[in-house]
Design a protein around this ligand. Structure first.
Ligand SMILES: Nc1c(NC[C@H](O)[C@H](O)[C@H](O)CO)[nH]c(=O)[nH]c1=O
Ligand SMILES: CC(=O)[C@@H](O)COP(=O)(O)O
Length: 228
């Protein structure tokens, strides 16, 4: 909706005679971006015919040579809620390689889902972390899930194979999320040794599977409740 108001503003001399003032629309009282079109030649004090469009509220009207904060723009914060899980569906893709670790990561994740009343979960097993992303992509494109949790444990050996698997898993999970539009959560450990991995799968460093499940819940809620 466009409504026209007029006001006197003192603005820096405009070459183009056009500009923007963020101000208040007298008719509806909402602060908006005001498109300015100068209708006089004076470079210093210009009276403007303002066209107002209903655009996201902004701030600060410069008038009479003084800048003033006319009103604070309304700012909305959108956050997924971990307490709004009813109806949310999840898939978990878990690698069997280093199962002594990934099984505990999975148990941590399922425990989190249970604690947050998630009732719809499919668990898909794959041979290794390298295979996670192609399955995550397929599940994402199925349209059946609100988020996909990817779990694995890549542990460095004697060769550079670790780098190939770890980097492929990370970029693959990222691509699966971007291409499918469904949040794909990276719960794949990349560790120098088994102790590091076990410490993060229910040991003294916590359970990264449980943490990643909470991320999956928040992202599923954000997309379902705010970004549709
Ligand atoms: N060394 C690890 C692997 N290697 C296997 C690969 O993930 C993949 O299955 C294979 O290259 C065939 O495509 N996988 C892990 O998850 N963790 C490792 O430490
Ligand atoms: C991450 C791996 O692929 C690695 O565990 C394999 O071990 P290695 O580098 O000794 O072949």
């Amino acid at each position: 909706m466009a409504s026209f108001v007029s006001t006197d503003c003192v603005l820096p001399s405009h070459q183009s005679g056009f500009g923007f003032v963020h101000g208040q629309d007298r008719f509806c009282g909402r602060s908006n971006i005001l498109h300015l079109q100068s209708d006089c030649k004076s470079p210093r004090s210009l009276s403007f015919l303002l066209s107002v469009q209903d655009i996201k509220p902004h701030v600060a009207v410069r008038s009479k040579g003084r800048s003033s904060l006319s009103r604070t723009a309304a700012v909305r914060h959108l956050t997924g809620s971990v307490t709004r899980t009813h109806g949310l569906r999840f898939a978990v893709v878990v690698a069997r390689f280093n199962e002594i670790v990934t099984k505990q990561l999975l148990e941590g994740a399922l425990g989190t889902f249970k604690n947050y009343l998630v009732q719809d979960i499919d668990v898909v097993w794959v041979p290794g972390s390298f295979e996670i992303s192609v399955v995550a992509a397929r599940l994402g494109k199925s349209g059946k899930y609100h988020a996909i949790l990817c779990i694995g444990a890549v542990i460095r050996g004697d060769t550079t194979h670790y780098d190939a698997v770890a980097n492929s898993a990370a970029s693959g999970v990222l691509s699966a999320g971007l291409n499918s539009g469904v949040p794909c959560i990276f719960g794949v450990l990349t560790c120098d040794d088994m102790d590091q991995a076990l410490n993060r799968a229910g040991g003294k460093s916590g359970n990264k599977g449980a943490e990643a499940a909470l991320t999956a819940i928040e992202m599923a809620s954000l997309f379902e409740h705010h970004l549709k």
